[in-house]
Write a protein of this length. Structure first.
Length: 588
């Protein structure tokens, strides 16, 4: 092997790692909605968690990415430690899919069908299709599909280049002696762990081992401990991602490490004992570990080891949890939950789902603030004033963290649907924050009435009661439309908003008449005018929210256009308008 072979090997390795990274990222984006669905089915069931981890990792082709995602979930309070343990075990099995894909390159045979199964036979076609999709399609979904195909093609070309570059090593004495050293299982395990920790991917390091197996110098007995070490080395990514997280997130990373260390120690010890006892005699075990490793039996060994570790430790998941609590002990201070963990930004669809969950909480705060502030207009309650201001502070906080997070998320490469939803969330958080501000303004009006002992006339109080009912209903409709993507509720908002505008104008004119007749004081009149303005603006923001929901459904994101179109649909709009007119407008 000369300097040019070494350069070729480095080039092949770079292509292999680059292709794996590109394919993994594109798979994450393309499978965004699927990831939400899979992760949404998480339960406390061990098997459900196990299969969830397996499925997610098989989709995104990286146990490291899945584990980092899980650390982010635990840090955000989306998942508890018990659930995380089961998912991590499943991720270890799911990552073996990559080795099976790479093992296709080792298929031998002159049969046409067998030749077609070899990746290098169909990879050029996939690369061509990938380039066409990526360069000529406008849809982000198709571009991502193109990147998946291109990533896979580059990965397989890199694998083929590595295999060709190392083929000459089989005649090199130093290379044979190197792998003779790896006949020592402990050294082989350490080598696998160090290599994987450096490149931070067990799938990639297994691929490198599969490429080296083409030399024929790697025995199965040396490959098995290397594979065991690779499972330990891949934990470095999760450990690094846990820096700066809460205690449960750090425990999750340590569970990943302890799972692989315990599994490796148990099965490596058994392997060493069998090798010491049976290795010097003629038997099935000694014959098996002496055969040259190839891409297929490395894939088998990789899967078998991870399945064996899971079978061993799945019943003892509580033990892993106890070990994590020993290594990261509890303290008396309450644990801080990270509302929006930036680690989730690596998986935009999951990050977006978390942002939406927090926006739902924000909507609930705004709705409660409005409900309580309207209640204070009829019966002033000092205890509610504290609660309303707390809700308003929460919505301010949510707007800050969600706005920052969604802008960072939008800077990533996201799918068309995710981009539209992120834009919708950025719009509605402003509306919910302003609704909470108006709730505080309404509270200030009721406090002023109470402190100055001001009262509205009986007709004014009856009119205000009707307007309060209408505002409560439009707020409930807007929240229901957003939280549940309820288009029927969203369609009811705009007709009611039009009725509220008419009520507001009527009440404003009647107030002027009462002022002229001396039936209302000037000071109470100022409060009345402020209330009408705040209530009208609450209904306007509800209209914006409903418009966003309808736009999201139509992938339009042009609220004014949606509302204009809705008004032009005279049959449904006029029927609702008439219904709300009878319910509210005719009563004032």
């Amino acid at each position: 092997m000369d300097i040019f072979d070494a350069l070729t090997l480095i080039g092949g390795l770079c292509l292999f790692l680059f292709g794996m990274n590109v394919m993994g990222e594109a798979l994450e984006r393309r499978a965004g909605n699927s990831l939400q669905t899979i992760l949404g089915k998480l339960t406390t069931s061990k098997l459900m968690g196990l299969f969830t981890g397996l499925a997610v990792t098989a989709v995104i082709q990286s146990s490291s990415a899945t584990t980092v995602m899980v650390v982010g979930f635990v840090n955000s309070g989306l998942m508890n430690l018990s659930q995380a343990i089961n998912v991590i075990m499943g991720a270890n099995i799911g990552t073996t899919v990559t080795a099976w894909i790479l093992s296709l390159g080792g298929i031998e045979g002159s049969n046409l069908f067998v030749q077609l199964l070899k990746p290098m036979s169909f990879t050029p076609v996939l690369a061509l299709v990938g380039v066409i999709f990526y360069m000529f399609c406008k849809s982000n979904k198709k571009k991502d599909t193109g990147m998946i195909l291109l990533g896979f093609a580059v990965l397989m070309f890199g694998m083929d280049i590595m295999t060709e570059a190392v083929s000459g090593l089989k005649d090199e004495t130093w290379f044979q002696q190197l792998f003779m050293m790896f006949e020592n299982p402990v050294l082989a395990m350490l080598a696998g762990a160090i290599l994987t920790a450096i490149i931070q991917s067990s799938s990639a390091s297994v691929g490198i081992l599969q490429a080296l197996s083409a030399t024929g110098a790697v025995s199965l007995g040396a490959a098995i401990p290397i594979i065991m070490g690779q499972n330990i080395g891949t934990c470095i990514t999760a450990i690094m991602s846990s820096f700066g997280t809460n205690k449960n997130a750090r425990r999750t990373a340590l569970v990943h490490l302890s799972f692989n260390v315990i599994g490796t120690c148990v099965w490596l010890t058994l392997f060493c004992i069998l090798k010491a006892v049976l290795g010097g005699t003629e038997n099935t075990f000694s014959s098996l570990i002496a055969i040259p490793a190839n891409q297929a039996n490395i894939a088998i060994a990789h899967s078998a080891f991870n399945i064996a570790c899971t079978i061993l430790l799945l019943p003892m998941s509580k033990l892993l949890e106890k070990i994590a609590y020993i290594l990261v002990p509890e303290d008396k201070q309450p644990e801080k939950i990270e509302e929006l963990d930036e680690r989730l930004l690596a998986t935009p669809s999951v990050a977006l789902e978390r942002a939406r969950t927090l926006t739902v909480d924000m909507a609930d705060c705004a709705a409660k603030a409005i409900e309580q502030s309207l209640g204070c207009l009829s019966v002033f309650d000092k205890t509610k004033s504290t609660s309303i201001r707390e809700y308003e502070d929460k919505t301010d906080h949510y707007e800050d963290v969600l706005g920052t997070y969604l802008v960072k998320l939008s800077a990533n490469r996201v799918s068309d649907n995710d981009s539209a939803e992120a834009a919708m969330l950025l719009k509605v958080i402003g509306d919910f924050e302003r609704i909470a501000d108006h709730a505080t303004s309404i509270l200030c009006a009721s406090e002023e009435l109470n402190e100055k002992n001001l009262k509205f006339s009986d007709p004014a109080q009856k009119e205000l009661s009707v307007l309060r009912e209408a505002v409560n209903e439009i707020m409930a409709l807007a929240c229901n439309a957003f939280v549940n993507y309820d288009l029927e509720a969203a369609a009811k908002v705009e007709p009611l908003e039009q009725i509220i505008d008419r009520i507001k104008e009527q009440l404003r004119m009647r107030h002027v008449v009462r002022l002229q007749q001396g039936a209302c004081s000037i000071e109470a009149g100022f409060v009345w005018a402020d209330l009408l303005t705040d209530l009208g603006r609450v209904s306007d923001h509800c209209s914006n929210i409903a418009g966003c929901v309808m736009d999201m459904k139509e992938h339009n994101m042009n609220i004014h256009e949606s509302l204009r179109m809705m008004k032009s649909e005279s049959a449904s709009f006029k029927a609702l308008y008439k219904e709300y007119s009878a319910k509210y407008l005719d009563r004032v």
